[in-house]
Design a protein around this ligand. Sequence first.
Ligand code: ARG
Ligand code: GLU
Length: 721
Amino acid sequence: MKKSILILLVALFVLPTTKADEGMWLLPLLKQQKFAEMQALGLKLQDFDIYDPESASLKDGVVIFGGGCTGEVVSPDGLVLTNHHCGYGQIQQHSTVEHDYLTDGFWAMSREQELPNPGLTVTFIDQIEEVTDYVKKELEKETDPNSMNFLSPKYLNGLAAEKVGEQFLQSNPGTSVEIRAFYGGNKYYMFTKKTYSDVRLVGAPPSSIGKFGADTDNWMWPRHTGDFSVFRIYADAHGNPAAYSETNVPLRPKRWFKISLKGVEENDFAMIIGFPGRTNKYYTSWEVAERRDIDNTVRINIRELRQQAMLEEMLKDPKIRIQYSSKYAGSTNAYKNAIGTNWAIDKRSFEQVKKEEQDKLIAWANKMNKPEYSKALNTLEQIVSDRKDLRFRNWVLDEALARGIEFVRVPTNIQPLVDALQKKDKTVQQEQLLLFEKGYQRFADKDYAIAVDKKISKVLLKEYRRLIPINAQPSYFNVIDQKFKGNVDLFIEHLFDKSIFGSDDNFNRFKAKPSVKALQEDPMILFAKAVMDERNTLTKAIADFDTGYSIAHRTYVKGLLEMYQEKANFPDANSSIRLTYGQVKGYEPRDCDYYGHQTTLEGVMEKEDPNNWEFVVPDKLKALYKAQDYGPYKLSNGKMPVAFCATTHTTGGNSGSPVLNANGELIGINFDRNWEGVGGDIQYLPDYQRSIIVDIRYVLFVIDKYAGASYLLKEMELMNQ
Ligand code: ARG
Ligand code: GLU
């Protein structure tokens, strides 16, 4: 007891800037930065159990799953767990009307039934090496003072390939190397990665479990979602990555997680290893205000309009409701995040917090006679002020028109077809028409409804024209005033009436009799081109600020590192492997209200609403609930656990991450954060921020009792003690 208090006190004094549980720590620095604190909080492992550059450790059981998620290996036969929302695309791909795996779930009852997923990969991190000196030496050869190479993935990965050599990469199939910038380009680490591309779907619960609560509950605690899915990694006979082949065999991984059946108590130690995508801990106060007043405010305003229009149509027509449910979900995900972030910025005075940090640096820099740090701050303030208008225009354009309206994705590259028509080159003409048809079908697919796109585009184009001064709008928009007396509704109707992409009929008529004139005068193509050109113009104009910004940001972070010593700080998330630790804990969302740390099946039944697709409970789950048939997975009070929350510091990309107890055993799968905690991407919120985690016992219960796939549990190592 005394010893741990001492360690805690020491920790508090040595590490002035990090509060309890804050941080997404780099594995190679864990030992020197955080290990003592982790042990004081209850961790029973040694540092090398978690990360060992020489041999297998916990980190070797964690994988990058697909494009932006994390997964964990849970058996010696390459079984992988991740979230339902991470495997969603694959589950959807395999679904048909006859076999609707999204609705009904899917379970392979033998290895032969596991389903291949072209394009899906799983990546292990084999080696991590600090290469700051090497990269800085190379960067010194740079002559252009405005070069952005110090942050350029292309340049840095080139350096990585040079460092290890062509020979190494060729003799190790599936292996790649990359160098990533940390602390804004003050430090560099090289990662050697191994990517497997034969990853098969083993099982997924029905959406009524895996997506229970859907958008209403998204970013919310208390939560009752069984957000998990099961995959398996396959390799060639030597265990090497290989493209899908029937002869491939399940991977024998270096490491897999043991699974704890013991469950969690409030205040238990918990840690998460995963691939957090992006945070902005090193924002200055001006960037905090910019994020709130421009980025988030525009996003909230525009998406509110878009979602309202979408929802009206969805509620009118069940077909449209199904077509647009995923688009609606995608829209609300970032929208809710923006609201939560702005709430935290104000409620927790983020501007003030960052300003205090800046002022501290200025005072220290003055004392140390290092004027470059104050200068960097002045530069950042100036840039944020200078880019204000451009940034606003860009965000409005992006949210309202470029992303908001579906038909701006019509094919706009008409020249090859125009040429072919003029030259009467039938072959090229056919090829080009086919491209147009594909482009048309890409947005006007089975989930597209003209009525919705029309309604949304009318609302959003009006909002765009209200927010952006007329002389800053694309010049093509003049036709709205000149030909339609400013009436946006008429203009949009006209686009759909006249464009070859306005309807299937229009397109088929054009296909039967393509003409140069129809292409060149097509109002939808002209509109889409105007939007895309404007987007390119704005992106370029903003890029002019990016260089100055990135250089000043690097200097600012360098100052903080020097002042605090690197020990006390973690670098912003950049999709590299990190560890966060904390405790299982509930929280007080508002005065005199308290949320516990663990949800149960009782809560699922409380939320049940057979008339609302988001809260339908499958019959079989109800039967298990009625019979209290929970097997060894229940709590000591007899209830069935579903999810729990912890003070760990996570962000997007951490979805699917393994949540581990003090012994390094799997206790859950991370899948979300509470909306009160999303501001933690800028400043960690110890009293509010919680990772939302599906309890591993619920996962096992669904596999075993609900799906009857208990054979899968036989390959796992379940720990009762
Ligand atoms: N909020 C979680 C994350 O940021 C889950 C998103 C998927 N779920 C949903 N209902 N849209 O990505
Ligand atoms: N759902 C997020 C993801 O897909 C994780 C939630 C968060 O941002 O913390 O990565």
